[in-house]
Every structure is written in structure tokens, then in C-alpha cells.
Design a protein around this ligand. Structure first.
Ligand code: LMR
Length: 337
């Protein structure tokens, strides 16, 4: 068919008009801002990016996940407030950071030596006790979706920390947990709560003398460059709860929520699969750098730590809830001796 010039331009004009209307008609994606405080290369950083990828795929672009690592948007305390206010939708704070919200029970995870390995830990995080704990967040306007592993903590300082006497007077940075406060005090140290984003500088300038963290954090924040000694103590666990603003989550269309739940399930598996390997690799990289010297505890020395730090259990029994602590002991077989 041959169209005359005028008719042709009419058609072109109609298309030109229709295009912006189509663009307007496409619904804007639902945005999930996912803020966290660690580096992208850590287990949490990688799992957050993996969640983004599969969540966007499975919702066919109807959801856009924006990941903000390294305290880029908010520091520890601020991110919790931002979630409750709805300024961000998703976080994965360390389990040691929930008490300031009023959910002190999460500090059970900070009890020193309560988990000997990931298998014992998973009995709690992947069992009914873990589920029950996540439910406690609902009253705070938060829904707990999953637990993501990081790893077991090492202790670092500029002097070798082998026996409790070595901790005397050392200013040790801790997360905002009363159990961690009690743990450091039991060893004779002087604990100082500080946001994660400030730790490197505080160590560098001597505001604090030492700290504790899984190797992945020690490495990616370059803390090891300003710590002469790292004690391979594995004295406690650090991991995360992935949480969302409840109102936001409950308000999602059901099919979208289902797709996101399936993405979270797979991201959780991913996080827990990479955690141990990443921490092992971080430790190897720190060792290779030669910047910090590693200290290994003999079984006898480690037993002294365990016994000494047991005070943190006793002192916090009623704060956490004796029943809950006993339930976790039952799962893990904790015994200070
Ligand atoms: C810390 O503050 O040391 C950790 O909770 C940081 C993190 O998110 O792993």
C-alpha cells in the first residue's frame, strides 16, 4: 500500500504521542533500599548483592533492590531507626545490635563459647528457637526474614592477648551488646561501644586498643593493618538477622512477596555457604600480609577464657531470659568446663 505524505506523518505523530503515554503507564518498580555497614566482599555484602540479583529476576523487574554497603547511607544505630521510619526497607544488622530496639533476647547469640561450630549454631538459627526470636521483632514494626551467617570472632590488639591478665586495662571496641560488655569486663578489659564505621580510625589513632570480629570484617575494613596481634580464639559468634519494615512487607502484592521470600531463601543458603570459606580466606590473607602476628591458644589457655567469660552468661541470665538461655544450652550442649 502506498501512503501519501500527509497520512504518513499523521501515523508517525500518533506513535510519537502514544510512546510517552506507554512510558507513563508502566508502573514504577517497587524499590527496596537495603542498607548495611560492611564491605561488599564480606559474606553479608555478597549475599545482599545476590539477593538483589535474584529478587529482581524473579519479580521480572517489578522490584528494584538498591544495596547500600559500608555505612554509606546509615551507621549502626541510624539504620535501625531508618528501617522503623520506612526510610529504608531492608537491613541485616548483627544479632548483637537488637537490644537497643528493646529485644534483649537476641543477645543470647553473643554469649561467649555458646556455639562451638556452625552446626550447633544452625540448630538455633534454623530451628524453632530462632523462629521464636524473629517473631519478637513484630511488636517493633519489624519482620525478621532470615538469619545469615558470618563467623566466629578473633580478638585483636597491639599486644598479645593470651591470658585474662593481658586484657587488663585494654580499651576494647564492642558492638552495642551488654553481653559483650560483660564478656570484656570478665577478662579485665575496658569495653567501649562504637559504630562499626568508626572502628578502623579508632584503632589507628589509639582511641581504642583492640577489638573482636570475624576475620572477614577484620580484613575488609583493614583493621589488621593497625593491630599487631590477632588471637585465634573463636570465642564467640557474629551473624545477622535480615529484617524488613513490617508495614512495607505486609503491604506488598502477595505474588511479589512470595517471589521475594523465595529469593531470600536462596540468598540465605548462599550467605551460609560462603561464610566459612570467606572467613578462612580472610584469615589467610591477613596472615600473608604479615601485618599482624597470629596467636593460637593452647586447649588449656582456651579453657581459661571459657571459664572466665562464663561470668557474662551468669550476669545476663535474667536480662536475656533464663528459659531462653537454657533452651539454647540444650541445643548446643554449652558447658563452661
Ligand atoms: C560490627 O559492628 O562489628 C559488626 O556488627 C559489623 C557487621 O555488620 O558485621
Amino acid at each position: 500500500m502506498k501512503l501519501n505524505g500527509c497520512f504518513k506523518s499523521l501515523i508517525v505523530g500518533a506513535f510519537a504521542l502514544a510512546l510517552p503515554m506507554t512510558a507513563l503507564a508502566a508502573p514504577a518498580p517497587i524499590v527496596i533500599k537495603f542498607s548495611h555497614v560492611v564491605a561488599t566482599e564480606t559474606p553479608k555484602g555478597q549475599a545482599a548483592n545476590y539477593f538483589k540479583k535474584i529478587a529482581e529476576e524473579r519479580t521480572k523487574g517489578q522490584v528494584k533492590v538498591e544495596v547500600y554497603p559500608n555505612s554509606q547511607l546509615y551507621k549502626d544505630k541510624e539504620e535501625m531507626e531508618a528501617l522503623q521510619l520506612g526510610a529504608v526497607q531492608m537491613l541485616a544488622p548483627s544479632l548483637a545490635k537488637f537490644a537497643p530496639l528493646g529485644v534483649k533476647e537476641f543477645e543470647v547469640f553473643d554469649l561467649p563459647f555458646i556455639f562451638d561450630n556452625y552446626t550447633e549454631l544452625h540448630k538455633v538459627t534454623q530451628g524453632p528457637v530462632g523462629e521464636k526470636l524473629l517473631k519478637k521483632l513484630e511488636a517493633k514494626g519489624i519482620r525478621g526474614l532470615a538469619y545469615w551467617d558470618n563467623g566466629f570472632k578473633v580478638m585483636s590488639a597491639n599486644k598479645p592477648l593470651k591470658a585474662p591478665a593481658d586484657f587488663k586495662g585494654q580499651k576494647m571496641r564492642i558492638q552495642s551488646s551488654k553481653v559483650l560488655d560483660a564478656q570484656m569486663r570478665s577478662m579485665g578489659a575496658n569495653p567501649q561501644v562504637m559504630a562499626f564505621s568508626e572502628v578502623y580510625q579508632a584503632l589507628q589513632t589509639g582511641v581504642v586498643d583492640g577489638t573482636e570480629n570475624p576475620p572477614s570484617n577484620l580484613y575488609t575494613q583493614k583493621m589488621y593493618e593497625v593491630q599487631k596481634y590477632v588471637t585465634l580464639s573463636d570465642h564467640g559468634y557474629l551473624g545477622y538477622a535480615v529484617i524488613v519494615n513490617k508495614k512495607f512487607w505486609d503491604g506488598l502484592p502477595a505474588d511479589i512477596r512470595t517471589a521475594l521470600e523465595s529469593a531470600m531463601k536462596d540468598a540465605t543458603k548462599y550467605a551460609n555457604d560462603v561464610a566459612k570459606k570467606d572467613n578462612d580466606e580472610a584469615l589467610a590473607a591477613i596472615k600473608k600480609s604479615g601485618k599482624s602476628q597470629f596467636i593460637t591458644l593452647t586447649p588449656q589457655e582456651r579453657a581459661v577464657w571459657r571459664k572466665t567469660m562464663d561470668k557474662a552468661h551468669k550476669d545476663n541470665m535474667s536480662r536475656i531470659g533464663a528459659d531462653l538461655v537454657q533452651e539454647v544450652y540444650k541445643e548446643t550442649g554449652y558447658n563452661p568446663n
